[in-house]
Design a binder for this molecule. Structure first.
Ligand SMILES: CC(C)(COP(=O)(O)OP(=O)(O)OC[C@H]1O[C@@H](n2cnc3c(N)ncnc32)[C@H](O)[C@@H]1OP(=O)(O)O)[C@@H](O)C(=O)NCCC(=O)NCCS
Length: 184
């Protein structure tokens, strides 16, 4: 689905283009990305071409490149996927490049993507899952206004080939918006 650019001060969420392929490929090579990225590890540049193509063309996804507003450098990705307008439900996934981590990029991008989806689409619930061991992702969920809903047993096969238990979180359209102004 087509997504509009979203300006968040020093961050900008923008639609994917072919020019993002090399940065996506480079940004997905670190150990954490290869282990936890939900779409599977990118082994070749062609994998990145296919990923960018999927992100921007599938009708049940709203996806953005997260860039530094000043330099245009790719900092990460946020995707609302599995959008089911009949149920009003969707799921969210995200990653940031290793050099941009620890600065609150993912929580701000996730919050902005949720707010856009709640405003533009007939969706009032967005789910977020991460492996129990991926505590950094849990912090993103908490900071972006999601509430913990429980543990899914052996629910997803990650990059190590093993199925991991996951923690399930959700944000509803009428949940309080997080205050991200003073937190990184
Ligand atoms: C999970 C991830 C998206 C977090 O993005 P981020 O932009 O660094 O988010 P934040 O800055 O809010 O940091 C979140 C947590 O990461 C950890 N963290 C902090 N600095 C870090 C660094 N330099 N490197 C790695 N993790 C760091 C901390 O636990 C932090 O929580 P805290 O705020 O309580 O200290 C990012 O680590 C990532 O892309 N990981 C690999 C892919 C992945 O796990 N995607 C999610 C799949 S469900």
């Amino acid at each position: 689905m087509e997504t509009p650019p979203l300006d968040l001060g020093e961050l900008r969420l923008q639609p994917w283009t072919d020019d993002d392929v090399d940065a996506v490929f480079a940004g997905q090579q670190d150990a954490a990305s290869r282990l936890w990225a939900g779409g599977g590890a990118l082994d070749t540049r062609d994998d990145a071409v296919a990923l960018v193509d999927r992100l921007r063309s599938q009708p049940n996804r709203a996806s953005w490149a997260v860039v530094d507003a000043a330099s245009g450098e790719l900092l990460g990705s946020v995707t609302v996927h599995s959008i089911d307008l009949g149920q009003g439900n969707a799921q969210i996934g995200y990653w940031t490049v290793a050099a941009a981590r620890g600065r609150g990029v993912a929580p701000r991008a996730v919050d902005a993507a949720c707010r856009w989806v709640f405003g533009a689409l007939a969706v009032d619930r967005i789910e977020l899952c991460h492996a129990v061991e991926n505590t950094a992702s849990g912090r993103v969920a908490e900071k972006a206004g999601f509430r913990s809903e429980g543990r899914l047993r052996r629910s997803f096969r990650y990059g190590d080939g093993a199925k991991h238990d996951e923690l399930l979180w959700a944000r509803l359209s009428d949940d309080p918006a997080p205050d991200l102004s003073t937190r990184s």
